[in-house]
Design a protein around this ligand. Structure first.
Ligand SMILES: C[S@@+](CC[C@H](N)C(=O)[O-])C[C@H]1O[C@@H](n2cnc3c(N)ncnc32)[C@H](O)[C@@H]1O
Length: 297
């Protein structure tokens, strides 16, 4: 199942970046098809532990049969609470491979893809209340324009928001194909449609809010010498991770001591490494991946 569920990006580079200790406690906050988790497990001996989070119950199809492994069906924004629940006060490493998996695009009924007619859903957690249809039909034109610009980097986000708001006065937009028609983006502009769907997905799942909360919890849980490895796929989340790992805070503010030395909890190990050409050929999604790794001082 894991083979078709997802192909992990930059697998060898990510595992090398984690510098895994065989008896360490590790967290993979984005289990998905389990490719990265399985590779971590291969490095763990009997005393090691791995907690794998996923907010999508479908990921459990890829469960790992091993006593050292624990699946946490939750949003990773609750990392701290779950570690408290398991009595874990410190971790040796954490991996986040952000966004959605191939599985999400391969399930037309989940509404992540503009290519398939389906209900306009896009929830990674199927029990969450807000769907993409809720966002599209209830946000003001300004709010839609803002998320299209911010999360989709759509040059014509304002025009698309206007077209959607006009269309929804005639009929509620409930399906992917209705959104495509309402947006007035021509079918051949598939990149623009992908941006529109990406922007909505990020908003529906509050991806940046969850990332912010998880980063702070990870910083506080990591042991000195512990590693955090993050794979990002678009510029906004990458900027957030880059600034956080440089400064140790969400504001990205670099603090200095009396002598002007930079005070940050992290030493940078990988600063936005990209996939090799050979990997991109095999797995085109890896094209936009950026790997950032830092070590807690
Ligand atoms: C890119 S995939 C990870 C693929 C995985 N590394 C592998 O090797 O198969 C991202 C996964 O993280 C999950 N996810 C994304 N955001 C999440 C969040 N805030 N909390 C928990 N899971 C999340 C998604 O449901 C998806 O299954």
């Amino acid at each position: 199942m894991a083979d078709t569920y997802h192909i992990p990006a930059m697998l060898a580079e990510t595992i090398a970046g984690l510098n895994i200790k065989p008896d360490g406690v590790y967290v993979d906050v984005t289990f998905g098809g389990g490719g990265h988790s399985r590779a971590i497990m291969e490095h763990l001996k009997a005393d090691g532990r791995l907690f794998s989070f996923d907010q999508d119950a479908d990921a459990l199809q890829n469960a790992i049969d091993d006593e050292k492994w624990e699946f946490v069906h939750s949003n990773f924004r609750y990392l701290r609470n779950w570690m408290d629940y398991y009595g874990v006060t410190e971790i040796d490493g954490l991996l986040a491979d952000l966004g959605v998996s191939f599985h999400h695009f391969d399930c037309p009924e989940r509404g992540f893809s503009f290519r398939f007619p389906a209900p306009l859903d896009m929830r990674m957690n199927q029990t969450a209340k807000r769907t993409a249809a809720d966002v599209v039909n209830s946000y003001s034109e300004e709010e839609l324009a803002r998320i299209f610009w911010l999360y989709g980097e759509m040059k014509n986000g304002r025009g698309v928001a206007k077209a959607i708001c006009k269309a929804r006065t005639q009929k509620t937009i409930e399906r992917t194909e209705e959104l495509v028609a309402a947006s007035r983006i021509p079918a051949e502009m598939s990149k623009e449609l992908a941006r529109l769907f990406q922007a909505l997905r990020i908003e529906v799942n509050d991806e940046l809010g969850a990332l912010r909360e998880m980063l702070v919890a990870a910083r506080d849980l990591l042991k000195p010498g512990g590693r955090i490895a993050i794979l990002t796929y678009h510029s906004l989340e990458d900027r957030l991770v880059k600034n956080f790992l440089r400064s140790g805070n969400l504001e990205g503010e670099i603090e200095k001591d009396f002598y002007g030395n930079i005070l940050t909890p992290f030493k940078l190990i990988e600063k936005g490494r990209e996939a090799s050409e050979e990997e991109v050929e095999r797995n085109p999604r890896a094209r936009s991946a950026k790997l950032r790794v830092a070590e807690k001082k």
